[in-house]
Structures are given as structure tokens and as C-alpha cells.
Design a protein around this ligand. Structure first.
Ligand SMILES: *Cc1c(COP(=O)(O)O)cnc(C)c1O
Length: 469
């Protein structure tokens, strides 16, 4: 399988060529040259497979530059009960007839990002060893992504993580989760500032090309193709659990921010998985809901980006959305470049009209939005009526899922985090503390390892220079 850029650069690259990269040189995102189609006989064979073997089969269709025995070892190590707490890896929980939760949050950081990041950590270690190279991952986080990256890379050879977070501004649980890591290759840099300051520092260091090259800086952001590919697997796993035969269809409801999770659903559907609807749920930051209702994609500034109680969906633009639009425009790279290139930053958006927008329905997408009041009501209803405690992001998904139920089509709501991570909203909705997995009791009492630095790119540079070899 070869990979090309959504902005037209089609010099063929293999999976391992793009594994450690971010954007393509032309500013686009990488996609496979085509989506392999999965036929009925293959679906039937896959239905019986344990998760790790299913992952190996799907990944093999997209990765031909890692020997099969190695890829199989990596998927078996990743998708194990030891990492995800259950042999089913992403078990379904029935809510009501025809309505299920698919648990994606049983990894080490209790959010679905572990599903991809745990594989990425092992892929990075493998590929860096093969090349005899090292990589220093630099990132900024306000919570989920940073902790998933750290838990994926901890103890991995050839990789160091320098993660910037706003000092004192993450939730108590998130701080405890990140700062309690004692691994020598993980560096928590608590910046005296807000999240935007952290992000500005990461950008400043990333655009200092000399510094970047000398210190082998890289990232693990949500546009990485390997992350997206890993997420394709659980759509198949959910489908097989909810159906008995391959002539049945299911729908997925996906709490969305950067469009990474639901884009994996789009890929699964393009491969031939019988998905009726891909239900996109946003919170008050409804950039994507607006597009799927109207055809208008209107990027927001920071003043119009709200801080909500489902914070991992607080985005002003959706970094993976370009991948879907590229497919929607029948893979016209020049057109995609025109829509997403410098003009987007300048104009703040675009509108697809007429025939182009009409095609969206053919890809199965529908959407809706959820507010804080919806979230709280949905958490309360699920707990009181169904005895299931859900987190605020999953609540957004469930709220919108109910608006798109179809007779005889099971609806799978992707559970993207566990309630333990968002105690404030759970207290508000239920008047009690969230449930917490036994392994994480006493997390706040563990010793912490982090370095406080001023919001100054030069200071961060000096720290990295002193610790990156
Ligand atoms: C990252 C995240 C999301 C949004 O996923 P995208 O891939 O960015 O659309 C939703 N819920 C939780 C809990 C997350 O961590």
C-alpha cells in the first residue's frame, strides 16, 4: 500500500515512511492510495477472530513494510487483557433494545486515545530501533492527549517525551495521572501559563528548523495516519458483536472533536463494513455539526471556542476533517488544497453547495449537538434509569444518538472516556463521586515528577537540550 497527500502530492510513500511524520510536505494529510474492499467471505472469517488477530488482519491490508511476524507480535502485545483490562478489548454494554455502548476506555488513561496510542508507542519503538534512530516527542496538552502519549511511550527505547501542560490548570485526576509517571524518558513540563502558551511554545520550537533537526523533535498529534488506522479496528469489532450475520447493518454515534475517531469509521465504511449511519456528535463547539447540516465549514477563533464540560471536544477547527473532504471531492487534491490551504486561515471557512454537499448523505453522515444541560440530563437519566454511569463526552454521543435511531438498526455509542476523569460534572449530575477502577485508587497520593518552567520558549529549549540524550 502506498500513501499520498490530500493536497495532491502523490509521490508514493510506504507506511513506515509516514509513520514518524506529521503533515505531508505540501501541508496535506496522508491517506492510502485506495481503501481495500473487504468481501463477504473475509467478513465471515474475521467475525470469529479475537481483537488482536482482527487488528493484525486489518493493519496488514495497509502495512506491507513490516514483516508479518513482527506486526503480529506488536498487535498481540498491544491488544491484550493486560493493557485493556478485558479480553474483549472493546466490549459492548447494552443500554436498551437496539442501543449499546462500545467501551473504548479501558486502557491505562481511561480514554479512547489509548486504543491507538498504545499501538503507536510499540510501532515507534520498533521502527526507531530498525533505523538506529531516536525521537524526542514534543507536545502540549490540556489533559487527555498528553497522558495517552505518555502512557504509550513510557519506558520505550529510543523515545523521549517532553509534554507541556498549563501549571495548576488540569483536573486533579489528570495531573495525578501524568505527574505520577516515574519513567526516565517522560518529562512533564508544567508551564506557568495557559494551554495556548504551551501550544505557542511547541509551535515556536517546531518552526526553529535547526533546533528541530538537531534534537530530532517529532509529535504524536491526531493527524497521524497510524493512529487513525488503529481506530478502524474497533468499528469492525463493534459490528461483529452487535450482529449475527453480514447482511445486518449498524450505526455508530461518535463524540467528536478533531474528527479522528469518526474518520476511522468513514474508512471502515469505505472498506465495505455495513454501516448505516455515522452519527457525529459535537458539544457547544459545533463547527462540524454546522457543516453536516448546512455545508458550511466555518473555523472559529479562540474567542468563539467555548470551554465546556466535555473539554476533549473543545475545538475551533477539526484537524482530520480534510481527509473526509478529499474523499467527498472524489480525491481532487488541487481542490482540497484550495479549500484547506492558506485561504482557510484567511477566509475562515468555505461552503460546499449543491451537488457536492448532496453527496455527503451517501457517506452515511448525520450530526447533532449537545449542550451542558443535555450532558447533565443524559448522565442522570442513564444512571437513574439504566444504572450505567457515563462520562460527559459519551453523554454527548448518547444524546445525539437518540435523535437518529432507526428501526432494526442497532446503534453503537462509542464510549470515549470513563466518568472517573470528570468528577466535577458527575458530582453536578448525580450528587456523588464517579466510580473509579480499582487499579487507580490512591492515584493522587503517589509521588509526582514534574518541572515547573516559565512560559518562555528559550527556557524550554534549554531544558530539552539538557535532557535529550
Ligand atoms: C479526543 C477525544 C474526543 C474527540 O475525538 P476526535 O478524534 O478528536 O474527534 C472525544 N472524547 C474524548 C474523551 C476524547 O479524549
Amino acid at each position: 500500500m502506498k500513501y499520498l497527500s490530500t493536497r495532491g502530492d502523490d509521490r508514493p510513500r510506504g507506511f513506515c515512511d509516514i509513520l514518524l511524520e506529521g503533515l505531508a510536505p505540501d501541508g496535506g494529510l496522508y491517506l492510502p492510495a485506495r481503501y481495500p474492499r473487504v468481501d463477504e467471505a473475509t467478513l465471515s472469517r474475521w467475525r470469529a477472530l479475537p481483537y488482536a488477530e482482527l487488528a493484525f488482519e486489518i493493519l496488514s491490508l495497509y502495512i506491507d513494510d513490516i514483516p508479518a511476524v513482527d506486526l503480529q507480535r506488536l498487535t498481540r502485545e498491544t491488544y491484550s487483557a493486560a493493557v485493556f483490562g478485558t479480553g474483549a478489548i472493546t466490549p459492548l454494554k447494552k443500554l436498551e433494545d437496539g442501543l449499546y455502548l462500545q467501551a473504548l476506555s479501558n486502557g491505562p488513561t481511561l480514554a479512547f486515545k489509548d486504543m491507538a496510542m498504545q499501538l503507536l508507542g510499540r510501532l515507534f519503538e520498533y521502527e526507531l530501533a530498525r533505523r538506529g534512530e531516536e525521537l524526542n516527542i514534543l507536545g502540549a496538552t490540556s489533559g487527555d492527549t498528553g497522558s495517552a502519549a505518555e502512557y504509550a511511550m513510557r519506558g520505550k527505547k529510543g523515545v523521549r517525551v517532553f509534554m507541556l501542560s498549563p501549571y495548576g490548570r488540569m483536573s486533579a485526576f489528570q495531573q495525578a495521572q501524568m505527574f505520577s509517571l516515574q519513567d526516565a524518558n517522560i518529562h512533564n513540563l508544567a508551564i506557568e501559563g495557559v494551554f495556548d502558551d504551551c501550544q505557542d511554545i511547541v509551535k515556536a520550537l517546531g518552526s526553529d528548523l535547526d533546533f528541530k533537526r538537531r534534537h530530532r523533535l517529532g509529535t504524536v498529534n491526531s493527524i497521524n495516519w497510524a493512529r487513525l488506522l488503529a481506530q478502524v479496528v474497533y468499528y469492525f469489532a463493534g459490528y461483529f458483536q452487535a450482529t449475527r450475520s453480514n447482511d445486518e447493518r449498524v450505526s455508530f454515534a461518535v463524540p467528536s472533536g478533531n474528527f479522528g475517531n469518526i474518520c476511522a469509521g468513514h474508512v471502515a465504511r469505505m472498506m465495505g463494513l455495513p454501516i448505516a449511519q455515522l452519527v457525529l456528535a459535537t458539544n457547544e463547539n459545533d463547527v462540524l455539526d454546522e457543516f453536516f447540516r448546512t455545508g458550511r465549514y466555518r473555523v472559529r477563533g479562540s474567542a468563539q471556542t467555548f470551554e465546556t464540560s466535555s473539554p476533549s471536544m473543545d475545538i475551533s477547527k477539526a484537524s482530520n476533517f480534510e481527509r473526509f473532504v478529499f474523499d467527498l471531492l472524489q480525491r481532487d487534491g488541487a481542490r482540497t488544497a484550495a479549500l484547506f490551504g492558506p485561504l482557510l486561515a484567511h477566509d475562515g471557512g468555505f461552503t460546499l453547495g449543491g451537488a457536492e454537499f448532496a453527496r455527503v448523505a451517501g457517506y452515511g453522515f448525520v450530526s447533532g449537538r449537545s449542550t451542558h444541560a443535555d450532558r447533565v440530563a443524559t448522565i442522570r437519566d442513564s444512571w437513574q434509569r439504566l444504572g450505567v454511569m457515563i462520562d460527559p463526552h459519551t453523554a454527548d454521543g448518547l444524546k445525539v444518538a437518540r435523535e437518529h435511531l432507526q428501526a432494526d438498526v442497532p446503534m453503537l455509542v462509542l464510549e470515549t472516556a470513563l466518568p472517573a476523569k470528570f468528577a466535577d460534572t458527575i458530582r453536578e449530575a448525580l450528587g456523588r463521586e464517579p466510580e473509579r477502577p480499582a487499579a487507580l485508587q490512591g492515584l493522587e497520593d503517589l509521588p509526582r515528577r514534574f518541572k515547573v518552567l516559565p512560559a518562555d520558549a528559550e527556557e524550554v529549549k534549554r531544558y530539552i537540550e539538557a535532557h535529550c540524550s
